[in-house]
Design a protein around this ligand. Structure first.
Ligand SMILES: [Zn+2]
Ligand SMILES: [Zn+2]
Length: 436
């Protein structure tokens, strides 16, 4: 029986030995970036890598998801280690796909590569024989909540219920037998730390707003029309007039875009569409701000006599911190990267992730590795430190899981027992899934 320390050294050496293959995999994923629920090539690459190691993963879960379970010597606990398959849309990024505008400017290729690194380590060592629980590797679709109209169409066709991958994994039962979830994300290097155990993350709801007016000749008879674009502009101004009522500590962000401003210039716009998130640090504040935003958008329609239809969709929930997991990860990070470690790093506080939803159901952690130059989701994004965001990140996650599952999974069981979920799965599906 190897000691915990011997196991950690063993898997770190195994990951180092596969460094070139891990980075080549990340580069191959970056070379063909795909947006959420369309990640067929990415999923195929991840599946091929696992199959090349003699595995038979389950595929096409929530359209493109991939899941591969590794049993331990005992199966007292199950830990998921997740990577995201999708890219983001930044059409003017130099590496963007010229057809779709997709690019890995959120670093999910590095994240997926770190899960691939763990697959290599599990293949190349006898780690699982020493653990009292199972590891489940997941390639999860669609973390970026984008192309909302497209995804809502899939929803209306019954092909999705939620609009993101982890939410769909929850609904489809992929987390039913998972006790703890682990993942990592790349972060900008400018924040003054090399790695953080976790980060604050906002939640949000989503709205599709459709103003319906009346078309008329824009020159000859504008008085016969009802201008839906004017309604939308007044609605946007009314949203701005709510901002002074948002409390700093609630971190409310409302950031609408117009996705359709009219049809042709010489007809009064009769069909104008917007999308928006309403983000915040807690569900109560999000729902309160959401009501104000609805009222504001409706007022634009009232002012000009246009109809205002608002479709509400569940976005993501704020991240629930698991203090015990964060503390364990801080220890691993100190060993791997030295002093420049934060427990809760600040850089991602205004962002959101569907890991937030998972974190409301079970102990979860998303650690951050500051290897990026340029901002996330910008044309300047550049994955600079691949060693940190792929190799070190993989080691940190797997060493954390060794802590959780060693000694008949004693630590993992204790963390699970101490954690108070906000929702059961059924409550989550009812309350958040239907925005009750
Ligand atoms: Zn992102
Ligand atoms: Zn991301």
């Amino acid at each position: 029986m190897k000691t915990k320390q011997e196991l950690k050294e063993m898997v770190c050496a195994a990951i180092d030995a596969r460094r070139d293959e891990i980075i080549a995999f990340a580069d191959a994923v970056a070379a063909e970036p795909e947006l959420g629920f369309k990640e067929t090539k990415t999923a195929a690459k991840f599946t091929a890598l696992l199959e090349g190691l003699g595995r038979t993963p389950r595929t096409h879960i929530a359209h493109t998801g991939v899941v591969d379970a590794y049993p331990g010597a005992r199966s007292d606990l199950r830990v998921a280690i997740m990577g995201e398959l999708d890219a983001i849309l930044v059409a003017d990024h130099p590496d963007a796909d010229p057809l779709t505008g997709a690019v890995h400017a959120c670093g999910h290729n590095a994240q997926l590569a770190s899960v691939a690194a763990i697959a290599y380590a599990l293949h190349d060592t006898d780690l699982m024989q020493h653990l009292g629980g199972d590891i489940v590797l997941m390639g999860v679709p669609a973390e970026e909540y984008v192309e909302i109209t497209y995804r809502n169409k899939l929803r209306e066709e019954g092909k999705l219920w939620f609009l993101s991958g982890k939410q769909e994994f929850i609904r489809l039962g992929e987390f039913d037998d998972i006790d703890i979830s682990v993942m990592q994300h790349s972060a900008p290097a400018a924040d003054g730390y090399k790695a953080g155990a976790s980060s604050v993350c906002n939640g949000f709801t989503v709205k599709l707003i459709n103003y319906k007016g009346k078309g008329a000749h824009a020159g000859a008879a504008p008085y016969d029309g009802v201008n839906a674009l004017n309604a939308a502009m007044l609605g946007l101004m009314a949203v701005h007039a709510q901002r002074e009522t948002f409390r700093d500590e609630d971190r409310i962000r409302v950031h609408p875009i117009i996705t359709k401003g009219g049809d042709i210039v010489n007809i009064v716009p009769a069909d104008v569409r917007l999308e928006t998130y309403v983000r915040g640090s807690n569900t109560e504040a999000i729902m309160g701000a959401s009501e104000k935003v609805n009222r504001a958008f409706r007022s634009g329609g009232d002012a000009v006599g246009a109809a205002c239809e608002i479709i509400e969709l569940p976005g993501y929930l704020p991240v629930v911190q698991c203090d015990a997991l964060n503390d364990l990860m801080v220890e691993e990070l100190h060993t791997l990267v030295g002093d420049q470690v934060m427990k809760i790093c600040p850089g991602f506080g205004g962002g959101s992730s569907d890991q937030g939803d998972v974190s409301q159901l079970m102990p979860s952690i998303q650690s951050f590795f500051a290897g990026v130059e340029g901002g996330l989701h910008t044309r300047d994004f550049c994955m600079k430190d691949k060693e940190l965001t792929m190799i070190t990140a993989a080691k940190a996650m797997l060493c954390l899981v060794i802590e959780l599952l060693y000694d008949d999974a004693a630590t993992g069981k204790r963390i699970k027992a101490d954690f108070k979920p906000v929702f059961t799965k059924e409550e989550y599906l009812r309350k958040w899934g239907r925005l009750e």
